[in-house]
Design a binder for this molecule. Structure first.
Ligand code: SAM
Length: 239
């Protein structure tokens, strides 16, 4: 079963046990993966459901639902100040593999670039591909970019802002212990741009309930810091 190819479908494509495949999906299954009539593959809706499916012309015939247990037991939102160039693509890919739930691109005082509208579509596509590849049950949500200062209000969550300099406790020592997390409690983690957060941004995050944390003694690149933070969280909560 694990060797079967996976494709992400929109929930609306499935009706009465039949998946109506798009032209791109038909091409991908038949020409790229070389599946033939009757071959099996896995269809995933990105919202927690997988189905063992059989190729039948332009349709996928659902054979049975599958149980997927690849998700972390905590919900993680990454607030990421947009890094230069295509750095965000790599962060979306790696953090999806590591189990992030939501990625919130934020514009900070030192963010250099405003993303074009096509970027959001691209990041969502990368998240879907990385979720397929890493056998996630859920495709992470990528939110529209917003100003960091306007996105600091959260409920029922533990919030952390990563700061490269200063005498802050290490994230690994600040995460709630397994079993101490309330139901549905979320972890929010914010990482800054190449130039770092401004003091005002750190102060307003702390005033909004964020805890400033370190990821170690070395200065990590803006694209490395979120991957390290996600890895620490994964190590703390993976069961
Ligand atoms: N230019 C900044 C400086 O020299 O202080 C460094 C910014 S760093 C390249 C980009 C972001 O990664 C930081 O804003 C922070 O969120 C995160 N980061 C990098 N290294 C870190 C560390 N050792 N601990 C915590 N966060 C770190």
């Amino acid at each position: 079963m694990s060797q079967l190819q996976r494709i992400a479908i929109a929930p609306s494509q499935l009706q009465q046990g039949q998946i109506s495949l798009t032209k791109e999906q038909q091409h991908y299954l038949a020409r790229v993966l070389r599946l033939r009539e009757g071959d099996h593959f896995i269809a995933m809706d990105g919202r927690g459901k997988w189905w063992l499916t059989q190729l039948a012309g332009e349709q996928g015939q659902v054979l049975e639902p599958l149980v997927v247990e690849t998700e972390l037991p905590v919900s993680i939102t990454l607030m990421l100040a947009l890094p230069k160039g295509n750095g965000f693509d790599e962060v979306v890919r790696c953090c999806t593999e590591l189990g992030v739930t939501t990625i919130a691109p934020v514009l900070s005082d030192r963010t250099l670039l405003q993303p074009s509208p096509q970027k959001l579509e691209r990041w969502r596509r990368i998240a879907a591909e990385a979720a397929e590849q890493s056998e996630r049950a859920f495709v992470p949500t990528i939110l529209e970019p917003v100003a960091f200062s306007s996105s600091l209000s959260f409920e029922n969550s533990q919030q952390y802002i990563c700061e490269a300099r200063g005498n802050f406790p290490h994230l690994k020592d600040c995460l709630p212990h397994k079993g101490q997390m309330a139901n549905d409690q979320e972890l929010i983690i914010a990482t800054g741009p190449e130039g770092g957060w401004t003091q005002e941004e750190i102060d307003s995050a702390i005033a909004a309930g964020f805890q400033a944390v370190s990821l170690g003694r070395r200065i990590l690149r803006a694209v490395t810091a979120p991957v390290v933070a996600l890895s620490l969280i994964t190590a703390a909560y993976e069961v």
